[in-house]
Design a protein around this ligand. Structure first.
Ligand code: ZN
Length: 391
């Protein structure tokens, strides 16, 4: 479907790059075209499926449950959540009621409680997240999307951390949040910092995530917030050293519900920043393409380890589908039994001593963790092929 600009609702756009992802059986095609809004300068994904399709995808393939469902947080991710608690405490008294929109397993709200807040509530579409939030932290939440949420009261503050970049109808969500907040209420927003993708670049356009469809800079975020009746109180760009993509730049910001008379001007530099990032990724792709081409030439059968978004992108960006793949394996339970390009995704348990093929690791951030798992946890002697330099 075609989208208007999620920030300013204009229709004139400029092409940036296409991002193609292979499909997992039973899952949707989430490929998209990245464009820049000619009016406000924000970057967004166009030619995307409907929100219903995304909702179904999140339900079926939720990685948030796999890594967070048990309430396991890396200490680094925990530090990022703690930071939100501290920031909120510096803007609102602990008597304030706070709602976390997209609260996952409630870890951010737990840190707010540590800061003395008492009236805490969260919403998240996943029932599994709701269960863990209650059992693990005693945090009350409701398994509902923002769209379907019918609040019975207003809140003094709201948190939206890593949510806005996933939403198709941003204006609708912002209108809802505005209504949800009491006059002068505070809103915490955290999103990836698209103008800083060049600072910690990677090889496979990983900042252009399969799930992210809005790419903000500080200026474009301010245009959005001003349009919806929020005034800037604080905005910073920092490097998050946590999460699924370690060391990714994020915008952290606090806004207050207040009429804004002079709205922020458009961002004329985000397009250039993203073009620099794209050029970097294209250069960084060359050694990866070479490695895959060498495997094709050798006619060697391999085991492909990893069926996540890295692999979905690798299939469409390189000649990986020409490689003789003996098996695809992945530890993620929600992926096992499904198919990519006709290959079944298996548990790594299928790798027996008889299946002594080289293992190609398809992951950048978890490459060494996977190598360690192969050699030391599973005790396999298979040769390992890395796509990225060994760290
Ligand atoms: Zn726009």
């Amino acid at each position: 479907m075609k989208r208007n600009c999620p920030v300013c609702n204009e229709t004139k756009r400029e092409f940036l790059i296409k991002q193609k992802f292979a499909r997992i059986s039973g899952g949707p095609d989430l490929s998209y075209t990245l464009v820049i809004c000619k009016s406000c300068g924000v970057c967004f994904a166009d030619d995307i499926p409907s929100q219903k399709v995304y909702d179904g995808y999140y339900k079926k393939f939720s990685k948030y449950e796999d890594t967070q469902g048990s309430g396991r947080h890396s200490s680094l991710m925990d530090a990022a959540h703690k930071r939100i608690g501290k920031i909120m405490a510096s803007y609102t008294p602990p008597s304030a009621s706070v709602i976390d929109i997209g609260c996952a397993t409630g870890n951010v709200l737990r840190h707010l409680r540590d800061q003395g807040f008492k009236t805490l509530f969260g919403i998240d579409p996943s029932p599994e997240c709701q269960r863990v939030a209650r059992e693990r932290y005693g945090i009350n939440s409701k398994a509902v999307s923002l769209d379907d949420f019918k609040p019975s009261e207003t809140y003094a503050a709201a948190i939206m951390s890593h949510v806005l970049e996933h939403i198709i109808d941003v204006a609708k969500s912002m209108t809802k949040i505005h209504r949800l907040l009491a006059p002068k209420g505070f809103l915490y927003i955290e999103v990836p910092a698209a103008h800083k993708f060049t600072e910690k670049p990677d090889g496979l356009f990983e900042h252009f995530s399969i799930e992210h469809i809005n790419y903000f800079s500080p200026k474009t975020l301010e245009v959005l917030m001003n349009r919806h009746g929020f005034k800037k109180r604080m905005l910073k760009t920092v490097l998050n050293r946590s999460g699924f993509y370690p060391q990714f730049p994020v915008i952290i910001s606090v806004w207050q519900k207040e009429q804004v008379l002079v709205a922020r001007r458009p961002d004329r530099s985000l397009a250039a920043d993203l073009r620099t990032y794209i050029a970097y990724c294209k250069r960084a792709m060359r050694p990866i393409e070479k490695k895959i081409d060498a495997i094709i030439r050798s006619k060697q059968r391999i085991i492909l380890w990893g069926a996540g978004s890295h692999t979905l992108k690798l299939f469409e960006t390189t000649r990986l589908s020409k490689v003789r793949i003996g098996a695809i394996v992945d530890d993620t339970l929600s992926l096992q039994g499904k198919y990519i390009k006709g290959f079944r995704i298996n548990s790594p348990g299928v790798i027996s001593p008889d299946l002594n093929l080289p293992i190609l690791i398809s992951s950048m951030h978890f490459q060494e963790q996977i190598a360690h798992r192969i050699q030391h946890q599973l005790g396999l002697a298979n040769r390992i092929i890395r796509l990225y330099p060994k760290k």
